[in-house]
Design a protein around this ligand. Structure first.
Ligand SMILES: [Zn+2]
Length: 491
């Protein structure tokens, strides 16, 4: 009804309004008018890659490309601006030598990284979570720096170890089939015992952009587990016959599969991943020790077998003598199953020893080794444990996890558990095995105390309970002195 009396100019204005609205909507669809601001930039430098993370006020898509002469990486963000100081970015340890920014023609942000080496860039965006808002992640992989060149086949590794052991017994090292003629054996001196170190791979959980769980006073899991890992590393490296390998050696993230790959590459005898639990209530507390679940192990066997179908080159490639290429897939499956079962049994045994020791310095959340399908525990041939050192969500335990004395006691008890196992089950080529076979317990059944020794360490190293060691030497309390000679009782 009212249109009939509407003045013509009024109609025109209404149409113009609609047009404007339509235009505005169209513009909004083509390019969001709400510009995303870059509020902060973080850099995580790892040996084989660098990760740059942009905190954004809103979702934004990036266009990323490399330029040569000089080598640069360009990151373009449409309709975005910079709200942070790039000069505060710590570039040390990364391939980035300088960072610049500018405004692109037609608006938008351009960030240019000067690079000291070739990189393979990859990027993705992340939606907001509890800790962060919108993020743009730019990964720069360093070609050729991957911690692992080739995955090593666990069955092949097992057979190789057997062959090495057999060759040593028969005085051969050339890979020919062992000759059993006793005279020949007698004439050829046995190859020297390798007396190698037992390698303990230490995996501090999380890292870099992944802080892990966060305690009520803001303690980050990635930081406290790194403290404990570093203390464990020192203990391992200070002990004859052992050597530590750090899976991550700084504040950067390592993929879960990559963590087990690094352990295999480093020929680890044992893998321990260190974490701190969190729960949505402050009450739960105590340490837990996890081994892989049988189900996780079984599905992993299936996966290794499936992958091996496509790995014929790899399996046959290293040494014809060791190749399983021509062997039955069923046999292969049986071997792999046996390996994984043996590995899991070792994991559970070491886990029991570690739990025993942890129970002396902390409450235990569960009194037995638990089993779960954690990805980092899935090495088929390396006994592996994941240790939840405590609940960071429990205020009291959060405080303890930050305490250096507590960190030290945790790492000592973890290592004592590990040592107790390897002293009774040393790998054949290890120094510990050689010492056992040659009864090289220092000066028979005596031990002279070295700087840094603790009673419980000495006890674990000789496979005797601390109480028995103290009793045999009439020690009250925990005080020992360097140079003191302890009698080692037969356990
Ligand atoms: Zn964790």
């Amino acid at each position: 009804m009212s249109t009939r009396y509407l003045p013509i100019g009024h109609v025109g204005r209404a149409v113009r309004c609609h047009l404007l609205l339509a235009l505005t909507l169209l513009t909004a669809l083509v390019a969001p008018t709400q510009a995303a601001q870059v509020d902060n930039i973080r850099l995580w430098a790892a040996p084989d890659h660098a990760r740059l993370v942009f905190d954004l006020s809103d979702h934004a898509e990036a266009n990323i490309f490399t330029l040569d002469n000089p080598r640069r990486l360009v990151i373009d963000l449409d309709q975005s601006g910079l709200d942070t100081d790039l000069s505060s970015l710590e570039l040390e340890g990364s391939a980035i030598t300088a960072v610049r920014s500018g405004v692109r023609d037609g608006g938008g942000l351009r960030v240019v990284l000067d690079l000291s080496r070739e990189v393979e860039p990859r990027h993705f965006t992340l939606p907001p979570n509890e800790q962060y808002g919108h993020r743009l992640v730019v990964d720069m992989e360093y070609p050729g720096e991957s911690a692992v060149q080739n995955p090593i086949d666990p069955i092949e590794a097992m057979i190789r170890e057997q062959e090495i052991a057999a060759n040593r017994h028969h005085g051969e090292a050339d890979g020919e089939s062992p000759r059993l003629d006793p005279e020949v054996v007698a004439q050829q001196p046995a190859a020297p015992h390798p007396r190698r170190d037992i390698i303990i791979a230490i995996d501090a959980g999380h890292g870099g952009e992944d802080p892990g769980a966060i305690g009520p006073s803001g303690t980050r899991e990635k930081d406290v587990v790194m403290e404990i890992a570093r203390r464990l590393q020192r203990l391992v490296d200070d002990t004859e016959g052992f050597r530590a390998v750090m899976i991550r050696d700084g504040d950067y993230y390592v993929g879960l599969r990559q963590r087990t790959r690094i352990a295999r590459e480093q020929k680890a005898d044992f893998f321990v991943s260190i974490h701190a639990d969190a729960f949505n209530s402050p009450r739960p507390n105590g340490s837990s020790v996890y081994a892989l679940s049988q189900r996780g192990a079984t599905s992993e066997t299936a996966q290794w077998l499936a992958a091996s179908e496509n790995q014929a080159d790899l399996i046959g490639g290293v040494d014809g003598n060791l190749s399983l290429n021509d062997k039955d897939e069923v046999l292969r499956g049986v071997l792999l199953d046996l390996t994984m079962t043996a590995t899991l049994n070792d994991s559970l045994a070491i886990g029991g020893q570690v739990l025993d020791q942890l129970g002396r310095v902390n409450r235990l959340h569960k009194s037995r080794v638990e089993q779960a399908g954690f990805m980092v525990l899935k090495s088929p041939d390396i006994p592996s444990l994941l240790i939840e050192t405590g609940f960071i969500s429990n205020p009291d335990e959060e405080r303890r996890l930050r305490d250096s004395g507590h960190q030290q006691r945790m790492s000592e008890s973890i290592f004592e558990g590990i040592q107790a196992h390897f002293h009774s089950n040393p790998p054949p080529a290890s120094l510990l095995a050689w010492q056992r076979d040659n009864q090289r317990t220092p000066s028979g059944n005596e031990y002279r105390i070295q700087p840094g020794d603790t009673l419980s360490q000495i006890a674990a190293r000789h496979g005797v309970p601390v109480a028995q060691l103290k009793q045999a030497n009439e020690i009250n309390g925990d005080v020992i002195r360097v140079g003191q000679v302890l009698r080692i009782p037969r356990s």
